[in-house]
Design a protein around this ligand. Structure first.
Ligand SMILES: Nc1ncnc2c1ncn2[C@@H]1O[C@H](COP(=O)(O)OP(=O)(O)O)[C@@H](O)[C@H]1O
Ligand SMILES: [Mg+2]
Length: 287
């Protein structure tokens, strides 16, 4: 597929601008998808003795939109960052596509990380650089260092960066400095940057926590469409249960580093909600 003429995400016919062979095939049915990610007995104890994750195990199917919920400090960021080893787990295994990420050497890790995109609560853009350059840095896993230092990005990469900005609806901002954009627009740049890797897995750590409710939905909808239309498996942490219910195909709830719920969003009733968030908590709606 050439990918020319990419339109915004959300258009009915969605021309996929990527070269994955998976995407040229019809989307597989959710029920017979295989496990692409296995988390086995994962434990993280920080140097000060804090047990952030305690013996966590679960599996993720190809194409799932898995939302991780839990109070602040429950271990969501630690879990997401242990998956691509931005944080080194203390023990346990992370198996991605039959490859043990936890046992990978630096070269292998670099290759694995190309398949795993990440977006962050505070966007992590280089504020004074143009949007386009920020998006292109998503390509760093592929481009040789000297080329990127000199700003000599291959033409295909520049074209891809523009297509990804079109997908998230902000191509006209390509030459603006990143800090001239609103929060929602900056997170869309974050998504476009992650897309440069053509990820098969997207890790999103509270991607909308810095945004207002309406903008939150607009950003979540882009992530949802990557999941539905490109088949990217998503692991996304969210603070609010109502957002999780809207977008998740499955929810895992963490409490003090342990899994206290794993299942269908619809099965989180009042009792379960109080188990996860505490007796005092009340659910708020994000519209
Ligand atoms: N670098 C660190 N050193 C020590 N403790 C940490 C560090 N990062 C996080 N923690 C602790 O680990 C626990 C889980 O934190 P985190 O994964 O950030 O939770 P969440 O993302 O759900 O808010 C918390 O108790 C937090 O204080
Ligand atoms: Mg966090």
């Amino acid at each position: 597929m050439s990918g020319r003429g990419a339109r915004s995400l959300g258009s009915t016919a969605f021309p996929i601008p990527f070269t994955h062979t998976r995407q040229t095939q019809p989307a597989p049915q959710r029920q017979d998808r295989s496990n692409v990610l296995q988390i086995r007995n994962l434990t993280k104890i920080y140097e000060d003795g804090t047990v952030a994750l305690h013996d966590i195990s679960f599996e993720v199917k190809d194409g799932e939109f898995l939302v991780i919920i839990g109070l602040s400090g429950s271990g969501k960021s630690t879990l997401l960052r242990c998956i691509n080893r931005l944080i080194e787990p203390t023990s346990g295994q992370v198996i991605w596509d039959d490859v043990d990420i936890t046992a990978a050497n630096q070269g292998e890790l670099r290759r694995i990380r190309r398949q795993i995109g990440m977006i962050f609560q505070h966007f992590n853009l280089v504020k004074r650089l143009p949007v386009l350059t920020n998006v292109l840095t998503g390509r760093l896993g592929y481009v040789s260092t000297w080329r990127s230092i000199l700003g000599r990005w291959p033409r295909e990469d520049r074209e891809r960066a523009f297509r990804n900005l079109e997908l998230v609806g902000i191509a006209e901002k390509a030459y603006n400095r990143a800090d001239e954009l609103s929060g929602g627009q900056q997170q869309r740049v974050g998504i476009a940057r992650a897309l440069m890797q053509e990820p098969r897995l997207l890790l999103a750590d509270e991607p909308v926590a810095s945004l207002d409710p309406a903008t939150s939905h607009s950003v979540m909808k882009y992530i949802e469409q990557l999941n539905r239309e490109m088949g990217v498996t998503v692991l996304c942490s969210l603070h609010f249960l109502s957002l999780a219910r809207t977008y998740a195909t499955r929810i895992i709830a963490l409490k003090a580093g342990e899994i206290v719920f794993d299942g269908d969003p619809l099965d989180i009733d009042d009792r379960r909600f109080k188990e996860i968030y505490g007796e005092e908590a009340v659910e708020v709606e994000i519209r």
